[in-house]
Design a protein around this ligand. Structure first.
Ligand code: NI
Length: 321
């Protein structure tokens, strides 16, 4: 087969693959869903409605398709973080070390004096930094060091399977005033699971987080931001509010610290910013993300402090001001 013949054949195969994926809605590593169908406008208040009380927002419903968290296939893979199979979610880090005990972190440092409880978001501009898909043994401890140094509280949406492997990292994060939320056991798309399986997944992850941190989570970040009424109902049964985001750093996609800072800097008062603590490029960006947002006058709080009063089953993608 000469070059153009092979090229055409390849294009047909790719087109057929994308068509199949679009129809089936299954998670596959090669697809990238950029459609951002925001929460049904019939059930949510406009973002900038003045004086809107966030806690009084009705639960958002409708299917929310956010950006897939799939890495660029072209990215060099030096080491794979042991994320679960079938998740369509292979992530890489650039370190050979897989041993938390071998890192230079100092677990248990407390900075409660500067915890988000001390910040009054009715008086100050607030944002919440959220980090998904960890804990990762090489990157998360480095991030915790930075957050401790900067005295910035964050929210970690962790995978139960990763917590099982690295409970000490989660324990440390909780001790250092960070919030720990549920990101499912192994990054399954909850909208694709039967309710019973979804419930089992969330409860198992809740138990693992409680075992590691001492506190059961109250927040769920559904993988891929993929949620609907069924997921909200299951989340309610598991005691979890559904937390999405309004600012996507797209750190998993471009792996560029400068772009991560630029995207995160688009935050407004009440924003929830999506980041991933499994990429070295994100960890490298965090000091400048903090610096840039501080320059804009923002204070940092956990998600629960930002959307105080979020009830199980409710969906929130930011706090309205
Ligand atoms: Ni994720």
């Amino acid at each position: 087969m000469h070059f153009w013949g092979r090229g055409r054949f390849f294009l047909i195969v790719v087109a057929a693959f994308f068509l199949f994926t679009a129809c089936s809605g299954n998670a596959t590593p090669a697809t990238f869903v950029s459609s951002f169908t925001s929460i049904s406008s019939a059930t949510s208040t406009p973002r900038n409605s003045p004086g809107a009380n966030f806690a009084a927002q009705p639960p958002a419903t409708g299917i929310v398709q956010m950006y897939r968290e799939i890495p660029e296939p072209a990215q060099p893979v030096k080491r794979e973080v042991p994320l679960p199979s079938r998740s369509g979610h292979t992530e890489t880090v650039n370190s050979k070390s897989a041993d938390f005990a071998g890192t230079e972190s100092e677990p248990g440092r407390d900075f409660a004096s500067k915890s988000s409880e001390a910040v009054d978001c009715s008086e100050e501009k607030c944002v919440a930094l959220t980090f998904d898909d960890g804990p990762a043994p090489t990157t998360t401890p480095k991030l915790l060091d930075i957050l401790a140094r900067e005295e910035v509280p964050a929210t970690f949406f962790v995978l139960g399977s990763q917590v099982e492997k690295y409970p000490e990292i989660v324990k440390r994060a909780a001790l250092e005033s960070h919030e720990i939320g549920n990101h499912t056991w192994k990054h399954d798309r909850l909208t694709s699971l039967p309710s019973k399986a979804a419930r089992k997944d969330l409860d198992k992850t809740n138990r693992m987080i409680e075992k590691a941190s001492g506190t059961a989570p109250t927040l769920l970040r559904p993988p891929y931001g993929s949620t609907n009424k069924k997921v909200a109902k299951v989340a309610k049964q598991s005691g979890l509010a559904v937390i999405l985001w309004d600012v996507d750093s797209r750190d998993w996609e471009h792996r560029d610290p400068k772009k991560t800072v630029k995207e995160a800097n688009a935050a407004q008062d009440g924003s929830i910013i999506l980041l991933h603590d499994i990429h070295d490029s994100t960890i490298g960006a965090v000091p400048n993300v903090i610096k840039a947002l501080r320059k804009q006058g923002f204070s940092f709080v956990t998600v629960s402090d930002l959307v105080a009063g979020a009830k199980p089953g409710e969906s929130h993608f930011r706090a309205h001001r």
